[in-house]
Write a protein that binds this ligand. Sequence first.
Ligand SMILES: *Cc1c(COP(=O)(O)O)cnc(C)c1O
Length: 229
Amino acid sequence: MIQENIAEVEANIALACEKAGRSRDSVTLIAVSKTKPLSMLVEAYDCGMREFGENKVQEICEKAEALTNPEYHFHMIGHLQTNKVKKAVLYSTCIHSVDSLNLAETINKEAAKLGKIQDILLEVNIAEEESKFGLTEDTSVTLAKTCTELKNIRLRGLMTVAPYTDDMETNRPYFRRLRELKDRINSELGLSMDMLSMGMSGDYPVAISEGATHVRVGTNIFGARNYSI
Ligand SMILES: *Cc1c(COP(=O)(O)O)cnc(C)c1O
């Protein structure tokens, strides 16, 4: 099941890249394994997956401590509280959900203690949905500037969670806005951010056509999540 699912997602990514005139290796597929058991991560690993997305620090810890092969890379994609930063920094390849100065400073401090340079993304609430975490476009520019002064974080780019939709085309303008925001921050601040984390099961092909470098796909790889257990 997982094998077929990954093959289908891979084919869609290849097609979206081809249509956009992009090379396949310009897009990284992150398998979002939150709520799923270790056995399913291992199965995905055996199909070639190396990047895994989780939204709870506790779950990253449990999985990273069980799957000690260093080729498993965990991405923290969920809202992060400052009191959990230490463990997030210990186990995350990249923290996609930085949405405040306080959080950026705390990550910087904990990364310094570990002698690590932590890759981070700023989470932007590009559609300005009230229910969502994330910075506004303006505050993301300000925070990006501050991040350049924090020596133990490396600001790699921007992330967004687009609105839930049955018609992926409706999210195209949001993905485009995130790409334009990244380009604008790069030129205004003289940065070279190279990551755009956008696109989920319902809309990753459109995100790729608008420049996503990292797509976060859960349901279409592992099946629906069951939160009631
Ligand atoms: C759960 C989650 C995903 C994956 O969502 P699917 O619709 O299952 O692909 C992607 N990004 C974030 C931030 C998530 O929390």
